[in-house]
Design a binder for this molecule. Structure first.
Ligand code: UDP
Ligand code: MG
Length: 137
């Protein structure tokens, strides 16, 4: 059993896709272990994406991620990390496989609706960034 962190990004919340994202997880047999809505400050977003601090898109990404509310979710299941990545699709919606969330709804490589941890190591940084053990079930 594995846990991963997913986020419905500000563009996903604006496009009314919270339910759609959660439905896709549940339909693939994944379980929601924790969930909340919040708005990050720019500094919160910078801390969350600290691994990307040298990348050219760091400033626009952290601006975008703090521009409105997000929904953060802990998703649990067998191979949850790779399953969520599959359901999401490639970072750039132009490269995302048909039927993935990003292929279906993302407008561009930055505004791509959803986040998912990319490894066990990232999940173990990202989950406690938002949730305490008392908030996971
Ligand atoms: N991103 C961007 N420009 C890029 C690559 C990524 O704006 O050239 C944004 C995009 O929102 C992406 C996030 O930065 O989801 C994190 O990038 P990463 O490479 O980790 O992609 P992900 O793991 O989200 O597919
Ligand atoms: Mg990533």
């Amino acid at each position: 059993m594995e846990r991963t962190l997913s986020i419905v990004k500000p563009d996903g919340v604006k496009k009314n896709l919270i339910g759609e994202v959660i439905k896709r997880f549940e339909q693939k047999g994944l379980r929601i272990a924790a969930l909340k809505m919040l708005r990050m400050s720019v500094d919160d977003a910078k801390g969350f994406y600290i691994v990307h601090k040298e990348r050219p898109f760091y400033d626009t990404l952290t601006g975008f991620m703090s521009e409105g509310p997000i929904v953060v979710v802990v998703v649990e299941g067998e191979n949850a990390i790779s399953k969520v990545r599959e359901i999401m699709g490639a970072t750039n919606p132009k490269d995302a496989a048909p039927g993935t969330i990003r292929a279906d709804f993302a407008s561009d490589i930055e505004h791509n609706i959803i986040h998912g941890s990319d490894s066990k190591e990232s999940a173990s940084y990202e989950i406690p960034y938002f949730f305490s053990s008392l908030e996971m079930f």
